[in-house]
Design a protein around this ligand. Structure first.
Ligand SMILES: [Zn+2]
Length: 465
C-alpha cells in the first residue's frame, strides 16, 4: 500500500508525539526532574479542621503535595530535594481573597479612568507581587482588565497570585460601574465606547440581548465567572445604594450564557430587593450583602447561595472626598457589616471571605489584618478555614472554566502546593497574619518558593542550593 506524503507526515507526527522515537527522553521526563521540597517537622492547618496536626513531614513534588506523613519518606531525601526545617511551626494553605480587583488596588479612581493602560498594568504587576508576599496565593478578580496580568503571572514573567478573572464588570446605564460623564450621553450603536469600556474595566448593557453579548465577550477573553452589578454601589457616581439595576430577564440572560459555558454569575448587591431578584434569576453568589434583612438571609440560606462578603475597614470611606455622596454611601455600607455577618452565622449561610480593597496601596497592606478582623464574628480557625478551604469551594464553581485544575485551599495529599509556613500558631493568634513580612517565613505557590526567610536551604548531602 502506498502512503501519500500527508499520511506519512501524520504517522510520523503520531510516533513522535507518543515518544516512540526517543524512549530515553520520554522516561527522563519523570517526576525526578520536578523540583522537590520537603517541609520537615511542621504542624499542619489543613484548611478545614479546627486544630493543628501533630508534627508532620510534607513532601511537595512539582506543583503538588505528594505526601504528608509522620515518618520521613527515605527515598525522597536525595541531593536535589530542598529541605525546609519547620521546627514545629505551622504549615497552612495559601490564603484566598474572593473579592479582589487586581487592576484597581493602586490607582486612584481618576487615574483608573484617565490613566495610561500600560502604567496601570505595571502598577497592578507590582501590587500582584506584594499580594503574593502577603500570603494570598489566589484571588478571585471581580472586575477589571486582569487577563494580561494573569497571563504574565501564569507564565512566570511577574510574581503574583493565581487569578480567577471576571473581566469587565457588567452594568446598566447609570448602574454601579458606569463612570461616564453626562456629556457622553446618549450611548449609540456605532459611537465610540466609553473609556471604562475601552479598557475592559466595565461594560454597559441594557437589554437581555446586550447582556448576553457582554457576558460572552468576557468568556471569550477567559473569564472564569461573570460579575454583574445588580444594585447601586459606593464608588460609582450615578447609582444610589437603594436601586436595583438589571431586570430579572437581563440577569437571567447572563446566568444562561454563563451556565452554557459551564460557569456561574455573581452579583454585586447590597439591598434585599437586588439580592432577591438575583436569586430568582439563578445567580449563584452574592457579593457584599451589607444591607440585607432577615428574610433575605433566610432565602440565601434556603437556596444554598454563596455570600461573598467583606469586613470593610472604616478607612474605606477615605477614598472619597469629605461631603461627597460616595463617602456617605460608604458609611451606610460600613454600618451594615456587623448585622450581615451575624445573619450569615445565624442562618449558616455559605460565606466566603474577601476584601474588595480599591484605590489604596496602603489599605492593601492590611489585607491580612482584614482577615484577622473576622474574629469579631468567628473563631480564628473558622476565619482561616473560610479564607482557605471554604473559599476554594466557591472557586470550584467555575467548573471546567477553572484555569488551575487541582485542589486549592487545603493541605492534603494530591492538592496543589500553595503553602505558607507561619512562625507561630495562627489558630491561637490570628494576628500573626497582620504582619506577613515578619511572620510568613516561607511562601510557596504552585510548588515554587517565592519567599524563604529560614536559614539557607540545604539539600541533604550538604550542598547549598
Ligand atoms: Zn468589588
Amino acid at each position: 500500500m502506498m502512503l501519500t506524503s500527508r499520511q506519512i507526515f501524520a504517522v510520523a507526527s503520531a510516533v513522535i508525539a507518543m515518544g516512540w522515537l526517543c524512549p530515553a527522553q520520554a522516561q527522563d521526563a519523570k517526576p525526578a526532574e520536578q523540583p522537590v521540597t520537603f517541609f520537615q517537622n511542621v504542624r499542619v492547618f489543613d484548611g478545614k479542621s479546627g486544630a493543628l496536626s501533630s508534627a508532620m513531614n510534607v513532601l511537595v513534588r512539582g506543583a503538588t503535595i505528594e505526601k504528608i506523613s509522620e515518618d520521613i519518606p527515605p527515598t525522597d531525601l536525595i541531593a536535589n530535594t530542598k529541605v525546609i526545617a519547620g521546627g514545629g511551626r505551622t504549615l497552612m494553605p495559601g490564603l484566598i481573597d474572593m473579592h479582589w480587583h487586581t487592576m484597581m488596588v493602586r490607582p486612584t479612581p481618576a487615574a483608573l479612568l484617565a490613566g495610561d493602560i500600560g502604567h496601570l498594568n505595571l502598577l497592578a504587576g507590582a501590587e500582584a507581587r506584594d499580594t503574593l508576599l502577603r500570603g494570598f496565593t489566589t484571588v478571585r478578580d471581580l472586575g477589571g482588565p486582569a487577563f494580561g496580568l494573569k497571563s504574565a503571572i501564569d507564565e512566570g514573567t511577574v510574581a503574583g497570585p493565581r487569578i480567577y478573572p471576571s473581566g469587565a464588570i457588567i452594568t446598566v446605564t447609570s448602574g454601579h460601574g458606569d463612570f461616564r460623564q453626562q456629556f457622553e450621553l446618549p450611548r449609540l450603536l456605532g459611537k465610540p465606547q466609553s473609556r471604562g469600556e475601552q479598557t475592559g474595566a466595565a461594560m454597559i448593557a441594557d437589554s437581555p440581548d446586550e447582556v448576553r453579548v457582554r457576558v460572552r465577550e468576557q468568556l471569550l477573553l477567559g473569564a472564569t465567572q461573570i460579575k454583574l452589578t445588580a444594585g447601586g454601589g459606593v464608588a460609582s457616581p450615578h447609582s444610589p445604594l437603594d436601586v436595583s439595576t438589571f431586570t430579572e430577564a437581563e440577569l437571567r440572560s447572563a446566568v444562561e450564557a454563563a451556565a452554557n459555558w459551564g460557569t456561574y454569575v455573581t452579583v454585586h448587591a447590597y439591598t434585599p430587593a437586588s439580592i432577591q431578584r438575583a436569586i430568582a434569576a439563578g445567580v449563584k453568589c452574592i457579593e457584599h450583602g451589607h444591607l440585607m434583612d432577615e428574610e433575605t438571609a433566610k432565602l440565601i440560606a434556603e437556596k444554598a447561595i454563596w455570600l461573598s462578603t467583606q469586613p470593610f475597614p472604616d478607612e474605606m470611606a477615605d477614598a472619597f472626598p469629605p461631603g461627597s455622596r460616595e463617602r456617605a454611601k460608604a458609611f451606610q455600607v460600613l454600618a451594615g457589616t456587623d448585622r450581615t455577618f451575624e445573619l450569615a452565622k445565624k442562618y449558616k449561610i455559605k460565606t466566603a471571605f474577601g476584601t474588595d480593597i480599591l484605590f489604596s496601596a496602603k489599605l492593601a497592606q492590611r489585607q491580612g489584618e482584614l482577615l484577622a478582623k473576622l474574629v469579631r464574628w468567628y473563631t480564628p480557625a473558622e476565619a482561616l478555614a473560610m479564607a482557605t478551604g471554604t473559599n476554594a469551594e466557591l472557586l470550584a464553581l467555575s467548573g471546567k472554566r477553572n484555569p488551575y485544575p487541582g485542589k486549592l485551599g487545603v493541605v492534603e495529599e494530591g492538592a496543589l502546593a500553595d503553602l505558607l509556613l507561619v512562625d507561630g500558631d495562627p489558630l491561637a493568634n490570628i494576628k500573626l497574619l497582620e504582619d506577613p513580612g515578619k511572620n510568613l517565613l516561607v511562601i510557596m505557590k504552585d510548588g515554587k518558593i517565592y519567599k524563604n526567610m529560614l536559614s539557607p536551604s540545604m539539600a541533604l548531602g550538604g550542598s547549598d542550593r
